[in-house]
Design a protein around this ligand. Structure first.
Ligand SMILES: Cc1cc2nc3c(=O)[nH]c(=O)nc-3n(C[C@H](O)[C@H](O)[C@H](O)COP(=O)(O)OP(=O)(O)OC[C@H]3O[C@@H](n4cnc5c(N)ncnc54)[C@H](O)[C@@H]3O)c2cc1C
Length: 508
């Protein structure tokens, strides 16, 4: 069987930049249509080593986090929570695979502004959501979640709750709510690879059980004779032809050398922040503000969700749950009682451990952090944030990366969190601790290369093709016009599959 990893390829039909969920999904469609696909990935393939599931190595030593530094708006340097490996951020993701709601594709008024409509509707993505769920092996139960869009059955039954989580579901139901099994991409059940090892969300699965871009898509790509995947190959910029319209080459750095890779078609999928940076870094005399940026939106409208963790503490009862991410609540997707603007999704977080708490609060003594880790049940409260042009990633005059972000609608999220905290007290937690996830770990980054129908206000058309360059598409979460209040990965996959199918006709 051929192995496409680090094979050479002359004259590819399409160059795909980034091997995350967006890049791998489009690659699979195009490769299956017969295109010669060259995928370029900045990072290496992750080795299967014990540290992958060691919280001390992952969170305290930051073994897998990039060593790059970015600047915040006050000029302070930080090491962002970015992970550059084959398979992209899905290697570390928490496996929650939600479809966005029908209303997420329409305009929606928020306290601090308007969440804009998408240039496509739920019905346009529905068949590709179905394909994406099948590809990633998503488990779930249809027709329980109150806000669920029209859909058929999930490819696989849900991962059953462990006892503590089942108790949470019962208590929430007694409050008149409708908890439902969270859709998750895990190979769990008879014959499945999941061992409920206790490290999943924010860790890499050592057993190949996580439905990520590598286990589910790249594993297929590697066997195809018309695919080559080059790791440790960083795309620095794209080069447009002298007329300025078509992209003719990518300038890449590999093994200390810089070279050009030419192709008739390019698909950029380096992650929302890095794709914007590549376009900005590609500025030339003809395109002084960067490629695909006549509108000036590239790098702007960065969204990362309002994410707050709540640790419900059970002082007299250790929590032995290994895979808690089986429960979610959407009763408040359109507001809490009496406050329709305080809204979003509630879902379980992966099991928090002592080293994770120490990494966030280094002065906390180890025994206290470990005790908290043993006694907490961990929830994630997620609200939509709004696309604000002032929230942006850009290059400074010295070529450094600067990220400015001030989440709009923060007060409404705060009211939602306070409501959720009250709810957790009602279901039996005497103490509920609160912690925020900031922009330094932009796990749900999106919106920086937004799509739309108007070239004056968007960089991409509804097929993710740049308005300015007919042979350049962008299919990572950068294309989102709005963030919804649900995890992004399945929507990235669905749109990338849709774009891939559309482009496949070129190779038919
Ligand atoms: C800890 C964590 C938990 C998460 N949990 C969930 C969850 O449960 N559910 C969910 O839906 N989402 C979750 N997410 C978010 C989800 O992982 C991302 O939304 C999704 O993976 C984004 O996919 P992408 O293809 O847009 O980009 P990425 O996954 O970022 O892929 C981009 C790829 O491009 C590569 N690259 C970057 N720059 C260059 C360059 N210059 N040249 C070449 N290659 C480059 C990167 O190394 C990477 O492989 C989580 C994220 C994290 C970090």
């Amino acid at each position: 069987m051929p192995d496409a990893l680090n094979a050479e390829m002359d004259r590819p039909d399409v160059v795909i930049i980034g091997s995350g969920v967006g890049g791998s999904s489009v690659a699979l469609k195009l490769a299956k249509a017969g295109a010669r696909v060259l995928m370029l990935e900045r990072g290496p393939q992750l080795p299967n080593e014990p540290e992958l599931s060691d919280a001390e190595a992952v969170f305290v030593q930051n073994r897998y986090r990039t060593t790059d530094e970015w600047l915040d708006e006050s000029g302070r340097r930080f090491r962002p929570g970015q992970f550059y490996y084959l398979g992209g951020h899905t290697k570390f993701y928490g496996t929650a695979m939600f479809r966005f709601r029908e209303s997420d594709f329409a305009e929606l008024r928020h306290e601090d502004g308007v969440s804009p409509a998408w240039p496509l509707r739920y019905e346009d993505l529905a068949p590709f959501y179905e394909q994406a769920e099948a590809l990633f092996g998503v488990r779930g139960q249809a027709h329980v979640d109150l806000t669920e869009p029209p859909r058929g059955a999930y490819p696989h039954p849900p991962v059953p709750h462990e006892p503590v989580i089942a108790r949470m579901a019962e208590r929430l139901a007694r409050q008149g709510l409708t908890p439902f099994p969270m859709p998750t991409a895990i190979d769990f059940g008879p014959g499945g690879l999941c061992r409920r090892c206790g490290t999943c969300d924010a860790f890499v699965c050592r057993y190949g059980a996580k439905g990520d871009a590598e286990t589910r898509l790249i594993s297929q790509l590697r066997t195809l004779p018309n695919v080559a995947i080059q790791t440790e190959t960083e795309v620095m910029r794209l080069i447009a032809d002298s007329d300025g319209g078509r992209i003719v080459a990518a300038e890449v750095r590999r093994g200390g050398e810089t070279r050009r890779i030419e192709s008739p078609m390019f698909v950029l999928s380096a992650g929302a922040i890095n794709s914007a940076l590549i376009l900005l870094r590609s500025a030339s005399e003809r395109w002084p503000d960067g490629l695909a940026n006549r509108s000036g939106v590239v790098g702007r409208n960065l969204m990362v969700h309002h994410l707050t963790g709540l640790m419900g503490l059970l002082p007299f009862q250790p929590n032995a749950t290994r895979f808690p991410k089986t429960l979610s609540v959407n009763d408040f997707y359109y507001g809490v009682p009496g406050d329709p603007l305080a809204r979003g999704n509630i879902q379980m977080l992966g099991k928090i451990q002592g080293p994770m708490i120490r990494a966030a609060y280094p002065s906390l003594p180890r025994p206290i952090a470990d005790w908290l880790g043993r006694h907490s049940i961990d929830w994630l409260i997620m609200s939509e944030d709004l696309p604000d042009p002032q929230n942006r990633v850009r290059l400074t005059a010295d070529g450094e990366v600067e990220v400015r972000y001030k989440g709009a609608d923060a007060a409404a999220h705060d009211r939602f969190v306070r409501y959720a905290r009250g709810l957790l007290r009602k279901i039996g937690f005497p103490i509920v601790l609160r912690h925020a996830f900031g922009v330094t770990g932009p796990s749900h980054q999106c919106g920086t290369v937004r799509m739309g129908t108007d070239p004056a206000t968007s960089a991409l058309d509804p097929w993710c093709r740049t308005h300015d360059h007919p042979n350049l598409h962008v299919v990572d979460a950068g294309f989102f016009p709005s963030s919804a209040a649900l995890n992004p990965a399945l929507t990235v996959a669905a749109q990338a599959l849709r774009v891939g199918e559309h482009l496949s006709h070129t190779f038919a």
